[in-house]
Design a protein around this ligand. Structure first.
Ligand SMILES: Nc1ncnc2c1ncn2[C@@H]1O[C@H](COP(=O)(O)OP(=O)(O)OP(=O)(O)O)[C@@H](O)[C@H]1O
Ligand SMILES: [Mg+2]
Length: 204
C-alpha cells in the first residue's frame, strides 16, 4: 500500500501522522517491510528518526532516494501542496491523506479544494481531522458537518491535540514508545486510525 500525506496548509500534523502510521504498520503483524519516504526538503521525519537512533519498526529514506522492496510506503510531503499537484499525488498512491485542523483557516483551505477532491474517487482520499480539542465535541461536530455538506470524505478517527507529541518529537520517538498515560492515550488515536486504514486498504 502506498499512502501519501499532503495538505494545503503547513503545520497541520503531516509529519507526525506519517511517522505514527509508519510505526503502526511496522508493528502490525504480517504487514511486512515499511518505508517512510521523507519528501519534505526540511527532512523533519528523517531528523526525528535519526534523533531516536532508529528504534522504530520502519525505515526512513531521504526523498531523493528511490525506495525499493517495501510492502507499505508512507510518503510525507512539504508544507503546502498546490491543489493542482493533488491529482498526480493521488494517482501515484492507494490513499491520499489530507490532515486538517478545525480552525476556520485550515478548513477553508481544505474546502476550497473541493473541486479537485471530488474528482477523486471516494476510496482514494480521506481528510484527517487533527489537533482536535480534547474536551467537548461541539467544534469537531461542526467541522464534520461542514465537510459532509461539501461532500468530502473524512476519517471517523480524529487526532486530538496533545502536548506529548512535542515530547516525542524532541526524543525522536513515536508517542507509543514514551512512558506514561498521556503518551498511551495519544498512541491510541493513531492506532485507531491505523485500524481504520487497514480495514479498507490493508490488502493493497
Ligand atoms: N495532535 C497533535 N497535538 C499537538 N501537537 C501536535 C499534534 N500533531 C502534531 N503536533 C505538533 O505540531 C507541530 C507541527 O506538526 P507536524 O510537523 O507534524 O506538521 P506538518 O504538517 O508536518 O508541518 P510542516 O507543514 O511544517 O511540514 C509539531 O511541533 C508537532 O509536534
Ligand atoms: Mg512536516
Amino acid at each position: 500500500m502506498i499512502i501519501t500525506i499532503a495538505s494545503f496548509k503547513g503545520g497541520v500534523g503531516k509529519t507526525t501522522t506519517a511517522l505514527h502510521l509508519a510505526q503502526y504498520l511496522g508493528k502490525r503483524r504480517g504487514s511486512g517491510k515499511v518505508v517512510l519516504l521523507d519528501g519534505d526538503p526540511n527532512r523533519s521525519a528523517l531528523s526525528w528518526y535519526e534523533r531516536g537512533q532508529q528504534k522504530a519498526g520502519f525505515s526512513v529514506l531521504d526523498g531523493d532516494e528511490k525506495p525499493s522492496a517495501f510492502n507499505h510506503l508512507v510518503i510525507d510531503t512539504p508544507a503546502r501542496t498546490d491543489p493542482t499537484e493533488l491529482l498526480p499525488l493521488a494517482a501515484a498512491s492507494d490513499l491520499l491523506i489530507i490532515p486538517s485542523e478545525i480552525s476556520i483557516f485550515s478548513l477553508e483551505a481544505t474546502i476550497a479544494t473541493v473541486g479537485v477532491l471530488q474528482s477523486l474517487s471516494d476510496d482514494r482520499y480521506r481528510i484527517l481531522l487533527t489537533m482536535l480539542p480534547t474536551r467537548g465535541i461541539k467544534r469537531e461536530t461542526g467541522a464534520r458537518d461542514a465537510l459532509r455538506e461539501a461532500k468530502l470524505m473524512v476519517f471517523d478517527t480524529g487526532i486530538k491535540d496533545r502536548a506529548v507529541y512535542q515530547d516525542a518529537a524532541l526524543e525522536g520517538l513515536p508517542v507509543g514508545e514514551l512512558k506514561g498515560s498521556a503518551a498511551a492515550t495519544a498512541w491510541n488515536d493513531y492506532q485507531a486510525l491505523g485500524k481504520e486504514i487497514w480495514k479498507d486498504w490493508g490488502t493493497k
